[in-house]
Design a protein around this ligand. Structure first.
Ligand code: IVH
Length: 715
């Protein structure tokens, strides 16, 4: 047990160690001897906070830094190692409510590399230990979800377990059986395999995660901090029917055990290819093999740059020696295999202090507490404020002004207070008190029955109008560059707009009146607004600000109707017939269209020429957001067919290479300019074969073209 004083002391020590890391790394034996036991104490304390109390007070990255400091010192001065050092064991995560099962092979974790040098060291070690000049590495994404092990016996999925302490995990088979990307039967016998254990990760996509959190907030539940916690929480639910409702996926990335022994695939690549062929979701085709560590590094960096374009949260790349015959000569440390390493992306958590809490009024009048933070860098972005969502969230986490908090910003997910570091409290932290009146218009705020949020119900409240303008201009809505909060405020203050419809009737000289606007910037904003007219029906539906209509719901609606006006004439029942639309959303849509002032805004938009109709199938698919350009001729398909396939899978087909291009597919006799441009912009090129392999993972290309009408669920 730790007394509050001791905890404070340990946290202070943590800060000091982290600050002096470089100096401590170079400590002499005598110097190290003086602080190494204290360093162990600090690490033990963080182990306890993380594993026992489930409330870590430092980020994973910071923990890793401390752990490595200890490990490196112990390596340098082996006489200082003690048998009870935190480096001498694997920590446990068992919670006790599921039956325990032993894994066939221990589930070790991976050693981490935080940059170029450490990766090159890894390569050097591998070459030294194996005596090989050249090593083939297989490189694949590191998925940030919940680790699992699956067992198939005589082709049947017989058992699925969590990692647990690495030796013994929790048997969660009934829960995993609900995940559709885990085949219940797979033809392993065709590969001569009778029994196989496979490692993988349960994941939730960022879109689903966002939706899940929106729903949790509406229901008054605490949102999850990140997709990883959402996955880990979901697979441990006691009711498999509830698990089935969460949109979970499973990717498998390692074969850890097979019987009979000789049927083990010879390389990691082959093993994954086999799993892929048997119908599992795998890192394929994102898994690549290189025999030069520089190329490995380039590939890792490429992914780090684009990690936010991937539908799932990734925290790095995993580099594995491809040939299994080399595993034996490489062996294991007590924690990690020596034949693999994780190249970690930049950390997305940090600790900082809450300076004050203000109250924001949103576009539907919800009053949200927002914590202003001592600015802190997370994943290359400065975070200086974070939403505290609602009164329940504040109460559950017991957040106070002046508190030190652990903040996470995962991908494009909004920053989130993961934990309050209560141990760092000095006693002068102040509770957060809700205002009685709207901070913008001064009307009394109310809490409607059955809702968790306090709301200002004055529809012309300036804060609401400004928030609606800003939302309309946001990237995921109409993407109007230059229409941020400040401009929205200024437009309102100058009486130039009352709603989003007015934006389209403004002229460049109107903007030139605003503070800070020169002729050029006024013209730019004018053009940005005019250019936003064709963003598509889904974006209009999202941008217009109907309560409970988030991006995903807007997309579903846009696929089911022809024009925004359809929603005015459709009854609640009819709206609910649309896949994925429930009663609350349907009622909110009806209520939106029953208000005269909203119809007027839509009329204004229509008059201005904003597209309010659907013009092409807007597809949700695995290639959504990916832009393909082709050059040269392809053997297998005509250009037309290829475009159709890409679009069927939700991707976009474009004629010229720009910074928005995701892949350039190079066929026979390609154009030089496109290739050069792609090179300059660092855009990935694919051969025809690679392209075909990529789309094959989503189905038979021939069928993708012919089966036009039936949307498949591919991902
Ligand atoms: S291989 C012994 N491959 O990262 C090697 N792990 O710190 C077995 N992870 O516990 C793991 N993506 O939960 C491997 N492509 C990947 C991975 C991956 C995510 C997780 C896994 C593991 C942890 C290692």
């Amino acid at each position: 047990m730790y007394t509050p004083e001791r905890e404070r002391e340990l946290i202070e020590r943590t800060r000091r160690y982290l600050k002096d890391l470089n100096k401590l790394k170079g400590a002499s034996r005598e110097e190290a001897e003086k602080f190494i036991e204290e360093l162990r104490e600090v690490i033990r304390y963080h182990d306890y906070k993380y594993y026992v109390q489930a409330s870590p007070v430092i980020s994973d990255y910071e923990y890793d830094q401390l752990f490595r400091l200890l490990r490196d010192l112990e390596r340098k001065y082996p006489s200082l190692v003690s048998p009870d050092s935190p480096t001498q064991r694997v920590a446990s995560e068992i919670s006790g409510s599921f039956p325990e099962v032993s894994h066939y092979a221990p589930m070790l974790s991976l050693d981490n590399a935080y940059g170029e040098e450490e990766l090159i060291d890894f390569d050097r070690r591998v070459r030294e230990l194996t005596g090989e000049e050249e090593i083939e590495y297989s490189v694949e994404p590191k998925y940030d979800g919940a680790g699992i092990a699956l067992v198939y016996e005589n082709d049947i999925f017989v058992r699925g377990a969590t990692r647990g302490d690495g030796e013994v995990g929790e048997d969660i088979t009934p829960n995993l059986r609900t995940i559709k990307s885990i085949p219940l039967r797979a033809d392993f016998s065709a590969f001569g395999i009778r029994l196989i254990e496979i490692r993988g990760e349960v994941l939730i996509s960022r879109d689903e995660f966002r939706k899940m959190n929106e729903e949790r907030l509406e229901e008054g539940l605490t949102p999850f901090a990140n997709p990883r916690n959402a996955s880990a929480g979901s697979i441990r639910l006691q009711n498999p029917a509830e698990v089935a409702k969460r949109k979970l996926h499973a990717v498998v990335y390692q074969v850890s055990y097979v019987e009979p022994e000789f049927s083990f695939p010879k390389t990691h690549y082959e093993a994954i290819k086999m799993l892929h062929l048997l119908g599992f979701k795998t890192p394929f085709p994102d898994m690549k093999v290189f025999s030069d560590i520089r190329r490995v590094l380039d590939y890792c960096r490429e992914w780090e740059e684009r990690r936010d374009e991937y539908p799932y949260e990734l925290d790095g790349m995993v580099i594995k020696v491809n040939k299994r015959s080399l595993y034996e000569s490489l062996g294991f440390t007590s924690h990690h295999p020596r034949w693999a390493i994780a190249y970690k992306f930049k950390a997305r958590q940090a600790t900082t202090q809450i300076i004050e809490v203000i109250f924001n009024v949103g576009r539907v009048g919800t009053v949200t507490p927002v914590a202003k933070l001592e600015p802190v860098q997370i994943g290359g972005v400065t975070v200086s404020s974070v939403s505290l969502f609602n009164e329940d969230f504040v109460r559950e986490k017991d957040i106070r002004v002046g508190d030190m908090v652990l903040v996470e910003r995962a991908g494009d997910v909004i920053p989130y207070v993961v934990e309050v570091i209560k141990e760092a409290r000095k006693g002068d932290e102040k509770p957060i008190i809700y205002p009685e009146k709207c901070p913008s218009c001064g009307s009394k705020i109310v809490k409607l029955p059955g809702e968790v949020a306090w709301r200002c119900i004055n529809i012309s409240c300036p804060a609401q109008v400004i928030a609606r303008l800003k939302h309309w201009g946001s990237r995921e809505a109409m993407d109007i560059r230059g229409l941020g909060e400040q401009t929205a405020k200024a437009l309102y203050a100058h009486n130039l707009v009352k709603d989003v419809g007015d934006l389209y009737f403004l002229k460049p000289f109107d903007f030139a009146k605003l503070p800070g606007f020169a002729d050029r910037s006024a013209m730019n904003l004018y053009e940005a607004i005019q250019n936003s007219k064709n963003r598509g029906l889904d974006r209009v539906l999202y941008g217009i600000g109907i309560r409970y209509v988030g991006l995903t719901t807007a997309r579903k609606l846009a696929q089911a109707i022809e024009s925004i006006w359809d929603l005015r004439s459709m009854g609640e029942e009819k709206i609910m017939e649309i896949e994925g639309i429930g009663e609350i959303v349907a009622r909110s849509i009806k209520e939106f269209f029953s208000r005269e002032e909203n119809l007027k805004v839509i009329e204004k938009l229509e008059k201005a020429g904003v597209k309010l109709r659907r013009d092409r199938l807007e597809i949700e698919g695995p290639l959504r957001g990916k832009v393909f350009v082709f050059t040269g001729s392809l053997d297998s398909f005509s250009r037309e067919k290829v475009g159709e396939i890409v679009e069927r899978l939700g991707g976009t087909f474009s004629n010229s290479v720009t910074s928005k291009t995701t892949y350039l597919v190079v066929g026979k006799d390609p154009g030089r300019t496109k290739i050069e441009k792609a090179k300059k912009l660092g855009i990935q090129t694919l051969t025809e074969q690679e392209f075909i392999e990529m789309i094959r993972t989503f189905g038979d290309p021939e069928q993708l073209v012919s089966e036009k009408q039936s949307q498949r669920t591919l991902f």
